[in-house]
Design a protein around this ligand. Structure first.
Ligand SMILES: Nc1ncnc2c1ncn2[C@@H]1O[C@H](COP(=O)(O)OP(=O)(O)OP(=O)(O)O)[C@@H](O)[C@H]1O
Ligand SMILES: [Mg+2]
Length: 263
């Protein structure tokens, strides 16, 4: 069923447990998996133990839920408990290792059955396209190219997935002002020419405020916001509450610098 567009962020993400590993999704660089859960749903599970670690999942939640608040269709997200045992029967060693490294909480993305990857031959709603381009420029998403669109067509509408590469500042906590004012490479975006970010700027700019950012950041599990001991960075926020404030600071500064990143 198509969920109605949400106007407010739900206070918590649903919590489910994985019951079966169905198949790896090899087209995804992070080796996500199709899994079944105890709510009888089928999900694309993105693992904490994959390449970019939990930070990719932080970006998935923050940007995915911002998208939803801006009425961009995105699949429902949930936090999924994965038992290390569940990967043991997989024949592929890479899968076994990834699942056992990721035992515990991971991110589940509701699977959209029968969806197909977007390419420019599909006609899409220009308002949705404009919102997607605006959001991608705001969060510095480099993962919406013609080659790898990370957009699906489902029930004839455009759905946005895969926000793990957004918010690049959290991989090296540099100067807030430099991130805020960095330009966006529109030439690489698959929806340029279909959507016009300037046409939605006033509306979306008014909706993204400190309160909305706090709501989406509250959905991220605390452990994913702790400093990564395998990648020591003296500038990284030292605990989850501080991290939430710092994410907010970067994103509010970027909103204020919109004239630098709008086309
Ligand atoms: N919710 C979904 N419903 C249906 N198919 C999906 C869904 N999420 C992902 N997929 C499929 O799985 C592929 C991999 O997912 P995704 O892009 O999220 O993974 P990734 O490892 O982050 O990918 P990338 O290589 O782009 O970084 C997608 O390109 C898409 O074909
Ligand atoms: Mg992808």
């Amino acid at each position: 069923m198509l969920p109605a567009p949400a106007t407010t962020v739900s206070p918590v993400l649903p919590r489910i447990a994985a019951t079966a590993y169905l198949t790896p999704l090899r087209e995804g660089g992070s080796l996500p998996a199709l899994m079944e859960a105890d709510d009888l749903g089928t999900y694309v599970v993105k693992f904490t133990g994959a390449g970019q670690g939990p930070k990719a999942l932080v970006a998935e939640i923050v940007v995915g839920e911002l998208a939803r608040a801006l009425e961009i269709p995105v699949p429902e997200l949930a936090l999924v408990d994965v038992d290390a045992e569940i990967g043991r029967r997989e024949p592929d060693e890479e899968v076994q290792e990834l699942v056992s490294r990721s035992a515990g909480l991971n991110l589940a993305v509701d699977f959209l059955p029968g969806s197909v990857g977007y390419d420019t031959t599909f006609a899409v709603d220009p308002l949705t396209a404009s919102r997607v381009v605006w959001l991608d420029a705001f969060v510095a998403n480099v993962d919406r190219s013609r080659r790898n669109t990370n957009l699906l067509i489902w029930h004839k509408a455009l759905w946005a997935i895969d926000h793990g590469a957004c918010l690049r500042f959290h991989h090296a906590w540099g100067d807030v002002a430099a991130f805020a004012a960095s330009t966006y490479n529109y030439a690489d975006h698959v929806l340029v020419g279909v959507g016009d970010p300037r046409s939605v700027h006033d509306d979306l700019r008014a909706r993204v405020d400190a309160a909305l950012l706090a709501e989406v950041l509250a959905l991220v599990p605390d452990p994913w916001l702790q400093p990564d001991p395998t990648r020591p960075d003296p500038r990284a926020p030292h605990d989850a509450p501080t991290a939430r404030e710092v994410y907010r600071e970067y994103l509010l500064a970027r909103l204020d610098a919109a004239e630098r990143w709008l086309p």
